[in-house]
Write a protein that binds this ligand. Structure first.
Ligand code: NDP
Length: 244
């Protein structure tokens, strides 16, 4: 099938890693790219491009996701590529972590990714084509003090991706997970300078990563170049996680 003739959905494409992904995918591939935003209106020039669309959607809300999928199908085409990038942190040591914060993180990072992909799967199966990329984190696999909820939400993405891959790969649908390390975005900056410096000292490449360096890997997985990568966990972290 003509892979450029279907829609790429990037959740959380209004800023950070998601924004760089939207920019790269819309420049490199012929597809229309639909980006969601929730609390922050997208400002980047890429959203003036003919093949880029920004739609408001809180990805923790199944009704809003239903409306998003119906809207995209009616006005643009089938979503056959999904990049689940939306995510939050609510960091706290377990001793002080609130139950509602744990649930909020799981809802925002994991349940949202499940709910998004679940809505995309029927069209993928029918089209016998699909690309799914979950944006996880090294923290999901290395652990990190103060990040119990975040790491739980991110490690679960791997089991989910591999189960999806085992269920539907025979329809030419791939599901992969990327695990970025410390990447220069609002999320990382919120950790504070001291924590960022501590992280930097643990990264063999000796520097923080750029969102575009993560977007390149996502773009590869969505493009035809990544067609034989399936059920994989790919670190994009300057070597931070070597050894797990
Ligand atoms: P940012 O904080 O810059 O962006 C977070 C994005 O998630 C925003 O687009 C935000 O939309 C969106 N989002 C959050 N909650 C919702 C929601 N309920 N509905 C819709 N969108 C939502 O983060 P990054 O770019 O750094 O992170 C992107 C992904 O990469 C995340 O999943 C993160 O866990 C992961 N990651 C980041 C790393 C880093 O060092 N930066 C390292 C490893 C993984 P809005 O602005 O509208 O609220």
């Amino acid at each position: 099938m003509d892979e450029s003739n279907n829609i790429i959905l990037v959740t959380g494409g209004n800023r950070g890693i998601g924004l760089e992904t939207v920019k790269l995918l819309s420049a490199n591939l012929g597809n229309t790219v639909v980006s969601t935003f929730n609390s922050t209106e997208p400002k980047d020039d890429v959203f003036n491009s003919a093949n880029v669309v920004a739609l408001k959607c809180d990805v923790t809300d199944g009704n809003q996701l239903d409306s998003l999928f119906a809207n995209v199908k009616e006005n643009f085409g089938q979503i056959l590529n999904v990049v689940c990038c939306a995510g939050i942190t609510k960091d706290q040591l377990i001793l002080r972590h609130k139950d509602e914060d744990f649930k909020k993180v799981i809802d925002s990072n994991l349940n949202s990714a499940y709910m998004t992909v679940r809505r995309a799967i029927p069209a993928m199966i029918k089209s016998r084509f699909g690309r799914i990329v979950f944006v996880s984190s090294v923290v999901g696999f290395m652990g990190s003090p103060g990040q119990v909820s975040y790491s739980a939400s991110k490690s679960a993405m791997l089991g989910m991706a591999r189960s999806i891959a085992r269920e539907v790969s025979n329809r030419n649908i791939t599901a992969n997970v990327i695990a970025p390390g410390a990447i220069d975005t609002d999320m990382l900056r919120s950790a504070g300078e001291k924590r960022i410096d501590d992280m930097k000292s643990l990264i063999p490449l000796g520097r923080i990563g750029q969102p575009a360096e993560v977007a390149e890997v996502i773009s590869f997985l969505v493009s035809s170049k990544g067609s034989y990568v399936n059920g994989a966990l790919i670190s994009v972290d300057g070597g931070l996680s070597m050894g797990y």
